[in-house]
Design a protein around this ligand. Structure first.
Ligand code: LFR
Length: 485
């Protein structure tokens, strides 16, 4: 029997997961889990990329201790961030975290040279202030000039393990530097950054076999013999591959630090209206596109939990939220002020005060405000998606950690009147594993992979309960006004 190992690293934690295919079912075993997060130094935010690399090696050592001698290995992480390599292949400097405020000035400067409408027309990528195009524009010019190549985070981790340099395409699309027509880096956008095409490796498709992990790593650290396979290295790309959907009338909500809500398409939809409503066309594996919107998701509650010194577990916060009255105060989750505030709870209170709403006081009230606002956001954006694509999804698949939040899943069903199917929580690792299985011939294609996930993992259904009840209609109106303010 063959072993498949996924390295899946999100903004708040990472894991190595083993996938086993037996008797037509897929099972997962967590090998290793570790924390992730950025930290602030001298007013800037950085990831500890060396820590992540060490944890991958540690996880692989544990894999060996579990009896894994041979495996394939795929890596996915969050998007947009990058490392620079010098002429000797060593990393230059630190790795900035996308919530760093250095892009605040870069955004208007970039748009002055290259208006957003032109960037969107070329790339179809939504405006997020931290897209790589703005980060690179804000980067120290000299340092950038000395860099031989720029690798996004998973590409960099593949490089450390294999010595090979790739620019995996699902993740590369989030740079807002790829041209939808030519399907390569756009010369005009590279010129804006003063970067030659050679600063980025050749675009690489998910499923590409990269060869063996470096023999010296296997020897020095006692690792299994791993064959590296290029996953859909953007975690959201993997998460959507891991959605247990059938047919074509479904939408997804990948619910983790971010809430990514959207549909899968065969072609991009980069119309003026999609641009105006800020929907993205991220490249997927196997020729698909993810037409979606980013919503500041569990980040909001993660930060509030920190404000209360982590006294409450997430489950407790959900319980506390359930005990207070609904729809009292609402926030525009995507307001820039929530991107990286000094104190999230205070920022939420300020928002409520400024918009003439009751100011949430207790942890339960703050949590309720977040969950209500998220459920209402999902409803608004689902309806917008329907309008933009002309297709009404019958089911909303919620995957990722947020699938465990039964109350939010039920409230989402109630508010939006759509049937929710929640789970699996580990869809990102599963999507990563499916690409390895397809590439090594164990399964045929993604349709078979999704079917395999449906068969192998429990999925919880939430049916809408009287979706047009008065309080919901009234709250929806208030929320829409809030977004339009
Ligand atoms: C989710 C995610 C989103 C991306 C954001 C920043 O983890 O990858 O898709 O917009 O993080 O990279």
């Amino acid at each position: 029997m063959r072993d498949y190992v996924a390295v899946d690293i999100g903004a708040s934690s990472g894991r190595l997961v083993r996938g086993e295919l037996q008797d037509g079912r897929l099972s997962l075993q967590e090998i290793h889990r570790f924390d992730n997060g950025f930290s602030e130094r001298d007013g800037h935010c950085y990831w500890d990329i060396d820590h992540l690399y060490r944890e991958i090696l540690r996880g692989l050592q544990q894999a060996k201790q579990l009896g894994i001698e041979n495996c394939t290995l795929g890596i996915d992480t969050w998007a947009v961030d990058y490392a620079l390599l010098d002429g000797k292949g060593e990393r230059i400097g630190e790795v900035y975290a996308y919530r760093d405020s250095r892009t605040l000035e870069a955004v208007p400067q970039v748009h002055e040279i290259h208006p957003f409408a032109r960037i969107y027309e070329k790339t179809g990528i939504q405006h997020l202030p931290f897209n790589t195009v703005y980060q690179l524009f804000a980067h120290d010019r000299e340092e950038l000039a000395t860099a031989e190549q720029i690798l996004l985070i998973p590409d960099y981790l593949y490089y450390l393990l294999s010595g090979r340099r790739i620019s995996e395409m699902t993740n590369a699309s989030t740079t807002a530097l790829l041209n939808l027509q030519t399907r390569d880096y756009d010369p005009g956008l590279l010129e804006l950054l003063g970067l030659p095409r050679s600063k980025f490796p050749a675009l690489t498709e998910p499923g590409t076999r990269l060869g063996k992990i470096k023999p010296e790593l296997v020897r020095d650290y006692g690792l299994p013999e791993c064959e590296l396979i290029v996953a859909a290295t953007h975690d959201t790309a993997s998460a959507v591959l891991g959605v247990p959907a059938s047919g074509d009338s479904w939408a997804y909500l990948s619910s983790g630090t971010w809430s990514l809500i959207g549909v899968e398409r065969q072609t991009p939809l980069a119309t003026a209206e999609a641009m105006e409503r800020n929907y993205t066309n991220e490249w997927g594996a196997y020729g698909k596109y993810r037409f979606l919107k980013n919503i500041m998701g569990m980040w909001l509650i993660q930060e509030v939990r920190k404000d209360y010194d982590k006294q409450h577990s997430y489950a407790e916060l959900v319980e506390l939220a359930e005990a207070v009255s609904p729809f009292r105060s609402l926030i525009d989750c995507n307001d820039d002020r929530f991107l990286n505030p000094a104190n999230m709870t205070e920022e939420i209170r300020r928002f409520c005060a400024a918009t003439g709403q009751p100011v949430p006081d207790t942890p339960g009230e703050v949590a309720r405000c977040i969950f209500d606002s998220l459920a209402l956001s999902y409803d608004v954006y689902l309806k917008e998606l329907e309008r933009l694509t002309g297709q009404k999804p019958e089911t909303l698949h919620i995957v990722g950690g947020g699938a465990n939040n039964g109350l939010l899943c039920q409230w989402t069903a109630d508010v939006s009147g759509i049937q929710v199917e929640a789970g699996p929580t580990e869809s990102t690792a599963l999507g990563n594993l499916l690409v390895q299985m397809i590439s090594s011939g164990a399964i045929r294609d993604i349709g078979e992979g999704r079917e395999l996930i449906r068969r192998s993992f429990p999925i919880q259904t939430y049916v809408p309960r009287g979706s047009n009840a008065d309080p919901i209609t009234e709250a929806r109106k208030r929320f829409v006004n809030l977004l339009a303010r």
